[in-house]
Design a binder for this molecule. Sequence first.
Ligand SMILES: [Ca+2]
Length: 136
Amino acid sequence: MEQYQLAIESNLAPIVGQQVTLDDGNEAIVAARIDLLEARADLLECDLVAKGRIGSTAVGLSYLGNGYFATDRQSAPLVASAGLRAFVTSHDAALTYTCAPPGSGYRIGVDRDLDGHLDGDEVDAGSDPADPNSTP
Ligand SMILES: [Ca+2]
């Protein structure tokens, strides 16, 4: 009830702020939750992002809808949701899926300083992904 009222007061859907973490051992437990977050994002109730790591490399993704994510590296192809889950499940990896407020997914998922250079590209190039004055 409190969550419902908060959603009305803020005009945000109740799904906003909900999250779940997928790792290499829990897909059976969290799969339905990820399905729900994607379904709500497909309804434009939230912007779904996924942040975490593959091995020791930080990764960020922004859900584009219809089962596809964009990554935070310009040269990387779009990633299908099912393939992403399969990859995380079969590697030393973890991803936290979060339903972010509509309009915030690009910033939160892939370009936190909104300078047009994606977070992963910035890290790879040695610039600061949190500083728009630091670019590759
Ligand atoms: Ca950036």
